[in-house]
Design a binder for this molecule. Structure first.
Ligand SMILES: [Zn+2]
Length: 259
């Protein structure tokens, strides 16, 4: 099973990916890392990608998908894969869907949703003491006296460009402009699992684990059902169902699940 992990900058996606990888023994595949690895190792896929890259052209979606499919053949992926950084567009999501359903692979998108004002608070508001480098946050960890370092008294607090609210607003705007259509795409296909990412980190992890286990249980029941009918499943008994065989909502809508 492929789990796409979606979440804005500041949503805690990286932290959650690490925890899920360890708890579920899944492989964590970052499409950017995978791409760079192929280029560096000069694999056939890497060399093909490099031709586009060196010309300054976009690397075709098909090539990136081939890299992902190739990675799915590695032995560490038997418990599933957490895929990070792909797809970024609806065209890529469509191409990935077609490629995965040909291989009988299933996919679900996990979206760590955090309201924009909370993201802005998390991404911005960091202030640093120019003298002793103590880090403050104007909301979560302010100095006792505004603008004055607790440790060394009178010294000046400053903000790095990355920590300014305007920078954070721009980052989020870029993210949502690019990714909202992908989120909507998976929601339309009944393949989006949304968790509340504004909760404490441990609770977000617990929610994600519960969703994933429910998806896995549902998948296993689907296989059992086919076997009870005396018909062979479309794929091997322990293999996943192709995404195309799953009607929208039948697999992933939590409200249909008995608790
Ligand atoms: Zn200081």
């Amino acid at each position: 099973m492929i789990m796409l992990l979606l979440g804005a900058p500041g949503a805690g996606k990286g932290t959650q990916a690490d925890v899920l990888r360890d708890r579920l023994q899944m492989a964590h595949v970052s499409s950017g890392d995978l791409f760079r690895w192929h280029m560096k190792e000069e694999t056939p896929l890497g060399l093909a990608a490099k031709e586009y890259y060196d010309r300054g052209d976009l690397v075709p979606d098909g090539l990136v998908i081939d890299m992902i499919l190739d990675r799915l053949a590695e032995p560490d992926t038997t418990n599933g894969v957490i895929l990070d950084g792909f797809p970024r567009t609806v065209a890529q999501a469509d191409a990935l869907k077609v490629a995965l359903s040909k291989r009988g692979e299933r996919l679900a998108a996990l979206y760590v949703h955090v309201p924009t004002d909370v993201l802005l608070d998390r991404l911005s508001g960091r202030w640093i003491c120019r003298s002793c480098n103590t880090i403050y946050h104007e909301k979560f960890n302010p100095p006792h006296v505004a603008g004055v370092c607790d440790i060394c008294g009178e010294s000046e607090l400053y903000q790095r460009a990355d920590d300014k609210r305007e920078t954070a607003e721009n980052r989020l705007e870029v993210y949502f402009t690019q990714t909202q259509p992908v989120i909507d795409y998976y929601r339309r296909h009944g393949a989006l699992e949304e968790v509340d990412g504004a909760q404490p980190i441990d609770q977000v992890t617990a929610d994600l684990l519960a969703r994933i286990r429910r998806l896995q249980a549902r998948l296993n029941r689907a296989h059992d059902g086919v076997r009870r009918d005396g018909r062979l499943p479309a794929t091997s008994a322990h293999g996943p169902l192709p995404m195309s065989d799953v009607s929208p909502g039948s697999l992933v809508q939590p409200q249909l699940e008995p608790s």
